[in-house]
Design a binder for this molecule. Sequence first.
Ligand SMILES: *[C@@H]1O[C@H](CO)[C@@H](O)[C@H](O)[C@H]1NC(C)=O
Length: 223
Amino acid sequence: MIRIFALCAIFPYVRGLVTSNQQVLEHTTSPRKVPVTLGVMSQCPDALYCESVFDEVLKEVGDIVDLRLSFIGRINSTEPEHGVTCRHGPGECTGNIHELCVASLYNSYTQWWPFVICSNGHGRFAVGTEEVSKECAHGLGLSWKKIKNCVDSDGKKGGEALLKKSVSQTRELGIERSCTVIINGHKRCVRDDEEWKECEDGYGVADFVRTIREAHDSLVVAP
Ligand SMILES: *[C@@H]1O[C@H](CO)[C@@H](O)[C@H](O)[C@H]1NC(C)=O
């Protein structure tokens, strides 16, 4: 079978931007934590899978990880809803915005991450629907009112601005496939087309945990 396109690969124009020297994202929390970035699209099956693996990883090393999601998309001023084109359509852009708003309102991953996992639990097309986001927010004790405010706001901290910032950052990092796992500034692994790829150090929960622990040890010894 000829594959016409990869389901969750980014638009071709990004190709060539990947540098071997991945920039370390600016993380705002404790410098002793290991920055972990998942480059994702909220309705991409590989992202949901990857996030389910990281849900297990976080149970072991969540306290030493500074986690963030970095969303893949393309800024496009003719896009009527959010000014961004998302691979799986406008609903995915909305899903990205919901997750970004929750992470922005509730900085601790212990609050925003369960929201992502809860949304995923309803299936990928339900991610970003008001019904599911509201239900997840209520179930987790998060304020849907605040989230909705963020989602609808045109301001600097509003959902659309957060999405544009996130997709720009993703592009700068050279991330083009969902899900791309970056640990401590290094591209560690990619989950793409229902397979793990470029995972020299393994792709099991224990492998990611080991990489994170090793990175943490190196951060602790560093001056
Ligand atoms: C920009 O958005 C418009 C409106 O949805 C779409 O038709 C067009 O293909 C998009 N352009 C790119 C380069 O993605």
